[in-house]
Ligand binder design. Structure first.
Ligand code: IVH
Length: 677
């Protein structure tokens, strides 16, 4: 009898230890919130091992001591998935996400915003777990979606995977799906150790996870730092009233599975896009690699209504931002000449899809950049395009340089007009020295002249300007004003009506303000803001061109460099001639209106409080307003001054609290007289 009781006690203690160990494991590996010290945990574990050694008949496969069990396998048996493991449709742009939403609402016949679950797309290995009576029976890889491999022994070593379900209430049969991955920090640590030991390093965390799961000896897998996020239920007994994806994830968490804390339920596609943008911007902070965001219709009834295409569900999509760098080949380098004569090398590339668009040209900036890249024609190059930024060549695969690769020769003559190309002392940019007689400089100069912030001549685009220059109809901007409708109508693809419109647009631009005209001249370093400041200061073109560098520097924002560029511009005869011809053509640039002399209390906020003896509140307010002040009824940190007469209460206290200056009536009157003088 005594012996029997003892056996029962042992069994009870074993079970109690297992429950404790599972709880601590769950806290540590699933919730990321450890509840005991390592030493305490080890003590519990050692006690369990000791009892099981003494009573082997008590060992069960679900015991935490049995995560690593069994002999190494010789191969992984193939497992057919009872329900295929689907893959996801993909999109790379927000526009496509909106189309996805529009399509689903059309199919569902609803105008209403849909609820979506948004979650990270973990870059790991897809795995399916099968539980019967709450116990892990089988784990399989996704394989081709129809058949995978039985990796149960290896999955059992992952402490984030429950060997038995937690809680009291679970289905008899449950299939859970998720992604096994290697945390980045563990990946790095693993490689550091491997390097130190002279062992093979892992290529990246995903390969690390895949390779670890394919170890024939589970003891090897156990040594690899793997974790698992579960993202859905495959099959479940009937009678579990789960109505939505997010609700099912909450269930999974209750049963002891690790679910991703970044998952959110949001309403409407705008909120989805918001999630995607915010989440992707934070991806560097995560301890795991992702390859996008998965967006799923949350409501199960709607999921069922939408159904599944051959291999992908209609109700879900993966958003994968297009890679911002791609590898392609440099076919040729051309040289372009800009408005200021700058000769810019342009890479002609084998077309490549990068940053969401197909790119076949990239800027190479200048000859220093070509040298820095060590670039040859024929090289394999990395092209980068992020956002709306112009595509750039960022790196060259010099190791894979073909024998036939050619050096890039920077021209010493302008590729357009043949004039000498020179590089000013200390400058990185080489320029064609021909100025406006170079057709390329002229074309770009005219385009600048006609551009929106300058003379704003609608219809004067690159095709028209190029023809005007090629046919020698225009040699500078002033010539534009001599063009008649007939001449314009004679250009290729220029209908009579467009010619008339263009003519009217050119003539109409004569009355543009002085600031636009100064900007339109295309003086180096003179942007729109500087042009506006110059216009306000000098008030006419002749006054501007007579100005010497010293007086130019009187203008706000004009320093020595800008002053020199302006002075040099007007030293050149052809520029003076251009200005004269523009004026002769009827340009009447109006100077900007004089700025009103600013009121002494402009932008200030004053508050009156208490009683004033010598004048009424109304009078005081009127006189302050006449000086440009706003008079407000309450005091804040933004208040500039408080006038406090006898009886001032809360407002005076507020002024002191905010450190706002306070005047009594005498000081106030004094100040008014000063300011009104
Ligand atoms: S749902 C029916 N959710 O992406 C939808 N998949 O192309 C099935 N993946 O290899 C997948 N994170 O393992 C889903 N949060 C997530 C995911 C995710 C990663 C993987 C999945 C599969 C691939 C789908």
């Amino acid at each position: 009898m005594a012996e029997e009781r003892a056996a029962e006690d042992v069994a009870a203690e074993v079970e109690h230890l297992r429950a404790q160990i599972e709880t601590h494991n769950h806290a540590y590996h699933v919730l990321d919130a450890p509840t005991v010290s390592d030493a305490e945990f080890d003590a519990l574990f050692d006690r369990l091992v000791a009892l099981e050694t003494e009573h082997p008949e008590l060992i069960t496969p679900e015991s935490p001591t049995q995560r690593i069990g069994g002999a190494p396998a010789t191969r992984f048996p193939t497992i057919r998935h009872p329900l295929p493991m689907l893959s996801l449709g993909k999109c790379t742009t927000m526009e496509e996400l909106r189309e996805f939403d529009t399509r689903l609402r059309r199919l569902l016949g609803t105008e209403a915003a849909l609820d979506y679950a948004c979650e990270p797309k973990i870059d790991g290995v897809a795995v399916r777990l099968y539980y019967e009576h709450g116990q892990l029976q089988l784990a399989a890889t996704r394989g081709d979606g129809e058949e995978g491999e039985d990796i149960t022994a290896n999955i059992r070593t992952l402490k984030s995977v429950p060997l038995r379900l937690r809680g009291e209430n679970w289905p008899e049969r449950l299939e859970v799906r998720g992604e096994v991955y290697m945390p980045r920090a563990d990946f790095t640590a693993f490689n550091v150790a491997a390097r130190a030991a002279g062992e093979r390093e892992l290529v990246n965390p995903r390969n690390g996870a895949a390779g670890s799961l394919r170890q024939l000896d589970p003891a090897m897998t156990a040594r690899r730092p793997l974790s698992m996020f579960c993202y859905g239920i495959g099959r479940i007994d009937e009678g579990w009233p789960l109505t939505s994806h997010v609700a099912s994830l909450e269930r999974l968490a209750q049963w002891g599975f690790r679910t991703n804390p970044e998952t959110r339920r949001v309403t409407g596609i705008d909120a989805v896009i918001d999630y995607v943008e915010t989440f992707l911007a934070r991806r560097g902070e995560l301890d795991y690699d992702i390859d996008g965001v998965v967006i799923k219709v949350d409501d199960f009834a709607a999921q069922d209504a939408l159904g599944v295409l051959t291999r992908t569900p209609r109700y879900a999509i993966a958003f994968k931002p297009a890679a911002e760098e791609a590898l392609t080949r440099l076919v040729e380098v051309d040289f372009q000449v800009g408005r200021t004569g700058a000769v810019t090398p342009v890479a002609r590339l084998e077309p490549v899809f990068v940053g969401g668009v197909t790119v076949s040209n990239a800027t190479l900036h200048n000859s220093d950049e070509i040298a820095r890249l060590d670039l040859r024609i024929g090289d394999l190059v990395w092209v980068r395009r992020a956002g709306d930024v112009i595509p750039q060549v960022v790196r060259v695969e010099t190791d894979q340089r073909p024998d036939a690769a050619r050096s890039i020769v920077f021209p010493d003559q302008c590729p357009v007009c043949g004039a000498a190309v020179a590089r000013g002392e200390g400058e990185v940019v080489a320029r064609c020295t021909a100025r406006r007689s170079c057709p390329a400089q002229l074309v770009h100069g005219l385009l600048h002249f006609a551009s929106r912030g300058a003379m704003d001549i609608q219809g004067l685009g690159e095709k028209v300007v190029t023809q005007l220059v090629e046919r020698e109809l225009v040699a500078d901007a002033a010539d534009l004003y001599q063009l008649d409708v007939e001449t314009l109508a004679g250009l290729d693809r220029m209908a009579e009506k467009s010619a008339r419109n263009l003519h009217a647009a050119i003539q109409g631009s004569r009355r543009r303000g002085l600031a636009r005209v100064i900007f339109a001249l295309g003086i180096r370093e003179v942007g729109e803001a500087t042009a506006a400041a110059l216009a306000r200061h000098f008030r006419s073109l002749p006054a501007l061109w007579e100005a010497d560098e010293d007086s130019l520097q009187q203008v706000r924002d004009v320093g020595p460099v800008v002053a020199r560029e302006i002075a040099e511009f007007f030293v050149q005869d052809e520029n003076r001639a251009l200005v004269e011809r523009l004026l002769a053509a009827g340009l009447e640039p109006d100077p900007p209106p004089e700025l009103p002399v600013t009121a002494p209390l402009a932008n200030q906020t004053w508050v009156l409080t208490g009683t004033l003896e010598g004048l009424t509140r109304k009078e005081a307010k009127a006189r302050l307003q006449a000086l440009g002040a706003r008079v407000s009824g309450s005091v804040s940190a933004q208040t500039d001054c408080v006038v406090a007469g006898p009886g001032a209460g809360q407002k005076l206290a507020d002024a002191e609290r905010h450190g706002v200056p306070v005047l009594d009536e005498a000081a106030f009157m004094e100040r008014l007289r000063e300011l009104e003088a």
